[in-house]
Design a protein around this ligand. Structure first.
Ligand code: ZN
Length: 179
C-alpha cells in the first residue's frame, strides 16, 4: 500500500508556498522514493511534494525518459507560447487548454545534490512549469480565464473529489471522456 495519497483540490496544502529543501539527505530520498509509486499508480507524468501533503520544493517526474527528481527548481529563462490540454492529478479527470511558455531553461538540484541545468521544450517544459506552480500553491485553475474558471470551480464543487472513492473518480473521468 502506498504510504502517500494524492491531495485533491480543496486541500489547503495545495495552496501553501512550499519551503526550500535545505538538506538533500536520506529522508528526502525516502520521500522521493515513496512519491514515485503514487505518481505511476495515478497514472501521471509528474507529482509535486505538496500533492502528497509535503510542503517542500521538490517534484518527481517521468515523461517517458525515465524517472527524475528536481529539487529547489527555478526558471531562469522562458520563451515562446504553447497551448496544451493540461490536467492535474489533484484535479482528476478534468483538463483545460492552457497557454504557457513553450521553452524554458531551468536550474535546480538532483537527488545527488548536484546542480542541474535543463533546457526543456513543449511537453517536458509544460510538465516542469506545472509542477513548479504546485510549489507556489498555484493550481491550473488559476491559469484559466475568469469564465472558464468559474465553470471549472462549479464542476469541482459538484464532484467533491476529496470525499469520493478512487473507483468513482475513475468513472467520472471516463464519463467525461477526458484523459
Ligand atoms: Zn498538478
Amino acid at each position: 500500500m502506498a504510504r502517500y495519497s494524492i491531495r485533491y483540490v480543496g486541500d489547503p496544502v495545495l495552496r501553501e508556498t512550499a519551503k526550500d529543501v535545505t538538506d538533500i539527505d536520506g529522508k528526502l530520498a525516502k520521500i522521493a522514493r515513496d512519491m514515485f509509486p503514487v505518481m505511476y499508480d495515478a497514472p501521471g507524468i509528474g507529482l509535486a511534494a505538496p500533492q502528497v501533503g509535503i510542503a517542500k520544493r521538490m517534484f518527481v517526474y517521468d515523461f517517458g525518459d525515465g524517472p527524475g527528481v528536481l529539487i529547489n527548481p527555478e526558471i531562469v529563462e522562458s520563451d515562446g507560447e504553447w497551448v496544451y490540454e493540461e490536467g492535474c492529478l489533484s484535479v482528476p479527470g478534468l483538463s483545460w487548454e492552457i497557454t504557457r511558455p513553450k521553452q524554458i531553461h531551468l536550474v535546480g538540484y538532483d537527488m545527488a545534490g548536484e546542480e542541474v541545468s535543463i533546457e526543456a521544450d513543449e511537453l517536458e517544459s509544460r510538465l516542469y512549469q506545472h509542477e513548479m506552480d504546485h510549489l507556489d500553491g498555484i493550481l491550473l485553475l488559476d491559469r484559466l480565464d475568469e469564465e472558464t474558471r468559474v465553470e471549472a470551480l462549479k464542476t469541482i464543487r459538484e464532484l467533491d473529489f476529496a470525499s469520493m472513492s478512487k473507483r468513482k473518480r475513475a468513472k467520472i473521468a471516463d464519463d467525461l471522456s477526458l484523459p
